[in-house]
Design a protein around this ligand. Structure first.
Ligand SMILES: *[C@@H]1O[C@H](CO)[C@@H](O)[C@H](O)[C@H]1NC(C)=O
Ligand SMILES: *[C@@H]1O[C@H](CO)[C@@H](O)[C@H](O)[C@H]1NC(C)=O
Ligand SMILES: *[C@@H]1O[C@H](CO)[C@@H](O)[C@H](O)[C@H]1NC(C)=O
Length: 718
């Protein structure tokens, strides 16, 4: 049955992909997502009555892909007959002991979807039996949404919950049509009919929905008309409520807050960063009046200063405690704790079992006996679940395959057969099917680009990223097919004297390399001889007290695309410009908005389109609910070279960047098995969750990338 449902789902996918739009030629886009290869999240739970003797952590998901943001629906007979039409009867008419349900988000098969897991005959009394049942054949997994519910579009799905026969969730499938306005909105899908309605008003973004116990109200975090103003830590959201049925009677309930959760129809918990610098959980009590007004809502702080407490969850069956994630000054790890509301005391849960693992976004079982969360699964006993070197993603564009690489700054060889990328440290080359991976340069380097004529020659910049104009960064060419000293291919330094020479891109005739350099005191573009480097000829291409960077030479040789902040030097805003190699014809091609960032342009093989990274779609989730991202926005987009026809390719709440476009179509089935067999689980918690009153660099209010020693591999900035 599990197999037939999956088949059905994939048949639907095939039907829908047949309607995908055309794009010229068959080609591939490859890009990076900061940290994603290391997540390997699964959903786990612990008993709320945790004692050292009763420390039975159970895994609920199957170790495939990334599974997160769980929710335990009540296993009512109506939801079962709804979700498993006809089939529950054949499996077990009267499951006893009762079955258990889990809703969660999963990114398997290259797209984001909400899944329902059903576990039969769960025996609570025996941990061993229970564990084997949860992992065994009496678990079925059902994808709940098909592309029809998103108008056939790709989207991020998140924060699922159930209200009667409706699935309430967020999705990003509708273009906000305004630059830097999030596409995240709340939807309701009737699980019986498939009918879907948007509950968030058009032009508004809503995050973190929570349905009240009576199902009448849904609360969300929303920035209302203000939109996103570039926040990367706490979003400037307020809490709104509306009727779950149709989104009507929407009102703002609480100024300044996020991640609401209801304990009853008159009490909400939420988080906010307090003026003393600590994130804390708050309680809001609503007036028992027919018309609720913001000024009548009473608000009190629940968790004390001295630690960060956030992403609260209300316990449905025992109102004397709530759960939340915390960051204590004594630990670099995020943990799930209960907070006893009568005694005003924390009760630690996950730190007692896995002190050095981050745990995210708690939720309760309907009887409040267990608290669920997601964490990195670590090594599994069957040795699966490790990161993939290439991960295929669904794309709406026919003849275009989209891949995420476990590395940064990828680029295709001219024949599309090989990919170079950097690994912080080191430069690597791998065949397009994922085989033959080898390191070709051992040092710290960033950005890669291939020579169009000399086979097996790649250009890179050696030195630190995000450095001052005067930093020692030089461009080298590496002959990856030759044998050099020390077991590495020979390389040649093309620039002299450092001064931040980076982002090399070769001309199609093989004669020149364009790059950015800080040698004048500002980062501008220069062109040098490809073979002899700047000694063989150097020409300045752009000049001004601003930053021009991330250049890419068009396949017909006529244009160089680059990112520049020249409209507002130093203001952090970047747009994509084109210039002819002879310095004429400068024009702005893509611009996200006044303060926006559009970076890393790369021409399509036919020269008619560009791929780039941008904050055009703003943020898609509250950043605190995720691991650290320097810039928790950033998606991959394509546009025509005249700047028209902007299309969003990636939908997630991660930081996507450094795309490149190659001339061959990589079929997912051609990619060989991952060489990794173990989840790496190495990623940071949000850097801005340090100690509230510490003077350390890179703690609260710091700007992205300021943590010492942490290179930002994704570089949506310069
Ligand atoms: C359930 O049974 C009804 C009546 O036999 C049938 O029309 C329907 O297609 C079945 N649904 C599924 C999902 O098998
Ligand atoms: C509810 O939780 C509190 C605190 O953990 C506990 O003391 C109490 O016995 C629980 N009540 C019920 C009815 O389970
Ligand atoms: C500069 O290059 C462009 C594109 O190749 C060409 O059309 C133009 O005539 C050139 N201008 C000069 C002054 O050489």
């Amino acid at each position: 049955m599990r197999i037939s449902l999956w088949l059905l789902f994939h048949l639907l996918l095939i039907i829908f992909s047949a309607t995908a739009e055309d794009i010229d030629g068959s080609s591939s886009i490859i890009f990076t997502t900061l940290g994603r290869a290391n997540y390997a999240f699964d959903i786990f739970s612990l008993p709320t009555s945790y004692t050292p003797e009763h420390r039975d952590e159970i895994v609920f998901t199957d170790g495939q892909s990334v599974n997160f943001n769980g929710y335990f629906p009540l296993p009512s007979s109506s939801i079962l007959s709804l979700l498993l039409p006809n089939q529950t009867l054949t499996l077990d008419p009267t499951p006893s002991p009762p079955l258990q349900l889990l809703l969660y988000v999963t990114e398997r098969y290259g797209s984001s979807n909400v899944y329902l897991n059903v576990y039969f005959n769960v025996d609570d009394s025996s941990p061993t039996t229970r564990r084997s049942i949860l992992e065994g054949p009496s678990r079925i997994q059902i994808p709940l949404l098909n592309p029809k519910q998103s108008g056939g579009k790709i989207s991020m799905k998140d924060r699922p919950s159930v209200a009667g026969e409706h699935l309430i969730y967020v999705s990003t499938h509708e273009d906000s049509e305004v630059p830097r306005k999030s596409w995240t909105a709340v939807y309701s899908t009737n699980l019986l009919t498939g009918e879907t309605r948007r509950l968030t008003p058009t032009g508004i973004a809503d995050f973190s929905p929570s349905v009240s116990p009576s199902r009448v109200w849904t609360a969300v975090a929303s920035s209302g008309d203000k939109g996103w103003e570039g926040e990367i830590a706490e979003l400037n959201t307020d809490i709104y409520i509306f009727r779950t049925r149709d989104g009507s009677e929407r009102i703002k309930l609480i100024d300044h807050g996020g991640w609401p959760c209801w304990i009853d129809d008159f009490t909400l918990y939420f988080h906010r960063k307090t003026e003393d610098g600590w994130w804390s959980v708050y309680r809001a009590i609503l007036p028992r009046l027919r018309t609720i007004r913001t000024e009548l809502v009473s608000i009190e702080r629940v968790t004390p200063p001295g630690l960060h407490a956030f992403t609260p969850a209300a316990s449905p069956s025992n109102k004397s405690f709530i759960a939340m994630a915390t960051r204590r000054p004594t630990s670099d790890f995020r943990h799930i704790e209960l907070f006893d509301l009568e005694r005003n005391e924390f009760r630690e849960l996950t730190r007692l079992i896995s002190p050095n693992t981050h745990h995210y976004n708690p939720f309760f079982s309907p009887d409040s006996t267990r608290v669920g969360y997601h964490r990195c699964r670590g090594s599994s006993k069957d040795g699966t679940g490790g990161p993939l070197i290439f991960e295929n993603l669904e794309t709406p564009l026919k003849d275009l395959s989209l891949f995420r690489i476990d590395g940064s700054f990828p680029s295709f060889s001219p024949d599309g057969e090989r990919i170079a990328y950097v690994g912080f440290p080191g430069v690597y080359v791998v065949n397009r099917d994922g085989s033959g991976k080898r390191q070709v340069f051992p040092g710290m380097a960033f950005s890669t680009g291939w020579d169009w004529k000399l086979r097996g020659v790649i250009y890179t910049s050696v030195g630190p990223t995000f450095a001052e104009e005067s930093t020692g960064v030089d461009i080298v060419s590496i002959a990856v097919d030759e044998d050099g000293d020390a077991g590495y291919p020979p390389y040649k330094k093309l620039t002299v004297g450092g001064k931040n020479n980076a982002f090399p891109s070769a001309s199609p005739d093989g004669k020149w390399v364009v790059f950015r350099s800080g040698r004048s005191g500002h980062k501008n573009l220069y062109v040098m001889d490809a073979l002899e480097g700047e000694k063989g000829g150097l020409r300045r291409l752009s000049e001004g007290k601003w930053t021009d960077t991330m250049c890419n030479w068009s396949p017909d040789g006529e244009w160089i695309a680059f990112a520049s902040d020249r409209d507002n030097p130093g203001g952090g805003s970047f747009s994509i410009f084109f210039i002819h190699p002879n310095g004429t014809g400068l024009k702005k091609v893509v611009h996200s908005s006044e303060a926006g960032r559009t970076n890393h342009p790369w021409f399509s093989p036919d020269g008619k389109s560009l791929v780039f990274a941008s904050d055009y779609a703003a943020v898609s989730a509250e950043p605190i609910s995720n691991p650290h991202h320097y810039q928790p926005y950033g998606d991959i987009f394509t546009a025509k070279v005249d700047g028209s026809d902007i299309r969003r390719l990636t939908h997630n709440s991660y930081e996507d960047g450094t795309p490149a476009w190659g001339p061959t179509f990589i079929r997912p089935v051609d990619v060989v098995e991952s060489p990794y067999s173990m989840a790496r689980c190495s990623f940071d918690d949000c850097h801005w969750l340090g100690q509230a009153n510490s003077n350390e660099v890179g703690i609260l209010g710091s700007h992205p990338g300021s943590k010492p020693g942490s290179p930002n591999p994704n570089v949506i900035k310069c």
